[in-house]
Unconditional design. Structure first.
Length: 134
């Protein structure tokens, strides 16, 4: 019988499964964005999430994130994420992804940190957007 210390690090995630789970969140974000669904976008973030973007002041909390997405999705545009890398351990994960939103916004890179919440799955805890591609 293994005796695992209480302060031992949680196990790392299976890379293929984690990538698929985080990609599903990003795909849902792109779908909600393209549909102009600001509430749907915000629902993919934790209650205390933050967004840092060169396009707007930081948004803190789901209500500010919804308001920001309401502005961003006013003219619905196709959004796409291409995951470059991801990783995680326990109930925390991260993803580095390239995004594109069409001519108005262009392309950029996002680094998102996710938390797994009971009953909700993976939600974005914080993300940073840049206007430069990786």
């Amino acid at each position: 019988m293994d005796n695992v210390p209480a302060d031992a690090a949680p196990p790392a995630h299976d890379a293929t499964t984690l990538r698929a789970e985080l990609a599903a969140v990003l795909t849902e974000m792109a779908r909600a964005y393209a549909a102009g669904d600001a509430e749907g976008c915000a629902a993919l973030f934790t209650q205390k999430a933050t967004i840092h973007s060169p396009l707007a002041p930081p948004a803190r909390g789901r209500a500010e994130i919804e308001a920001l997405h309401r502005d961003w999705t006013r003219e619905a545009a196709a959004k796409r994420f291409d995951m470059l890398e991801c990783g995680g351990c326990g109930d925390v994960a991260w993803a580095l992804a390239r995004f594109s939103e069409g001519a108005a916004t262009g392309e950029g890179v996002t680094l998102a940190v996710f938390e797994r919440e009971p009953g909700a799955g993976w939600l974005v805890r914080t993300c940073s957007l840049t206007g430069a591609t990786a």
